[in-house]
Design a protein around this ligand. Structure first.
Ligand code: NDP
Length: 327
């Protein structure tokens, strides 16, 4: 496992990391969640990702119990949470990036995760209803209080990230170091185009999510839909409609043949493709089975199967390379 610098910060994250969306506290039980975290940690994963909204807080509770029982040295892992969506409440004070919700959500996350501080605290989405200066001040104050160490954004536009940096610089506050966007073979714009200047200017680490497009990029749907999977879950019908398309499956079928030809599984090709982008700090993996996680982690031993010819062949099949910025 290699460790990469997160933007311009001094925080180093393992190039593959592990998150609990849909799985912990929901799709899988605590015993399996424990095995998954241990499989990841034993392979050198040092970053575990969570959010207040995942399973309405249960995902953090399960992860907290596992962290406590595992007794890993606190300086050997990085744990995150995210604030914005709340844990289910519908009141205006129970969500968003206002000072009240951020502070209360942080306290709740610390309790559920049973840690003294969060290593990274993400603003899960931009909040159009709160002045950005209030959010930046609150994150800075949480850092000053020792409740969080770094803060970041998730699915913010380049303009919003730069606005946070402007406010931070103007007030001598600590700005965000990292963004958590979706990035995979089927979803490329933010990482490849929109943020391209920020990597060079203020610096931006990225903890990218859904590298397998929720399982589509494993090839397991190539011969028809499988209901007993994430995309078969009723709560994710919207996601199935979005990504389980004929066009995507046709591309994945071709990519699967390419992967097999070079001795990779489709999932490994998709993960190594993300990992090969130098602007990706860490590829966040998700898994509902230990075998899946083992397969995905094993991709790191097969990096040499990817070269410029393979990348070109992937581009030819995908035919979705975003236009580079004109500067
Ligand atoms: P993936 O796109 O890799 O999807 C993971 C799912 O794909 C697994 O749960 C499993 O689902 C299936 N899968 C994984 N590996 C294999 C395999 N080898 N063979 C077959 N099926 C496989 O990542 P996630 O969407 O889970 O994203 C990773 C993490 O990113 C999340 O846990 C979360 O921490 C974070 N995230 C952040 C978001 C944000 O807004 N900031 C949004 C979404 C995720 P199954 O077996 O059920 O089909």
């Amino acid at each position: 496992m290699e460790y990469r610098q997160t933007g311009n910060s001094g925080l180093y994250l393992s190039e593959l990391s592990f998150g609990s969306w849909i799985t912990f506290g929901n799709q899988i039980d605590k015993e399996l969640s424990t095995k998954l975290m241990h499989t990841a940690y034993d392979a050198g994963v040092n970053f575990f990702d969570n959010a207040e909204v995942y399973a309405h807080g249960k995902s953090e509770e399960v992860m907290g119990e596992i962290l406590k029982a595992s007794n890993w040295s606190r300086d050997s892992y990085v744990v995150s949470s995210k604030v914005y969506f709340g844990k289910g409440g519908k009141l205006p004070t129970q969500r968003g990036l206002n000072r009240k919700h951020i502070v209360e959500a942080c306290h709740d996350a610390l309790k559920r995760l049973q840690v003294d501080y969060l290593d990274i605290y993400f603003c899960h989405r931009p909040d159009k209803g709160t002045p950005i200066v209030e959010t930046v001040w609150t994150m800075h104050q949480l850092i000053m209080q020792g409740k969080i160490l770094y803060w970041g954004t998730s699915e913010w536009s380049a303009q919003e990230i730069m606005e946070a940096h402007r406010v931070a610089a103007q007030n001598n506050l600590i700005g965000p170091i990292v963004e958590q966007p979706q990035y995979n073979m089927l979803h490329r714009d933010k990482i490849e185009v929109e943020y391209s200047q920020i990597y060079k200017t203020v610096g931006l680490g990225t903890t990218i999510w859904s590298p397998l497009a929720s399982g589509i990029l494993t090839g397991k749907y190539n011969d028809g839909f499988i209901a007993d999977t994430r995309l078969g879950r009723d709560e994710l019908n919207w996601l199935k409609e979005l990504i389980y398309t004929k066009e995507n499956i046709e591309k994945v079928k071709k990519l699967t043949i390419l992967a097999m030809d070079i001795g990779l599984t489709m999932a490994q090709l998709a993960i190594l493709w993300c990992n090969a982008n130098p602007n990706v700090t860490t590829v966040l993996l998700g898994a509902s089975k230990v075998g899946q996680l083992e397969e995905n982690l094993a991709a790191l031993n097969l990096k040499d199967k990817i070269n410029s010819e393979i990348i070109e062949e992937v581009e030819r099949i995908l035919a979705n390379k975003p236009n580079a910025p004109a500067f």
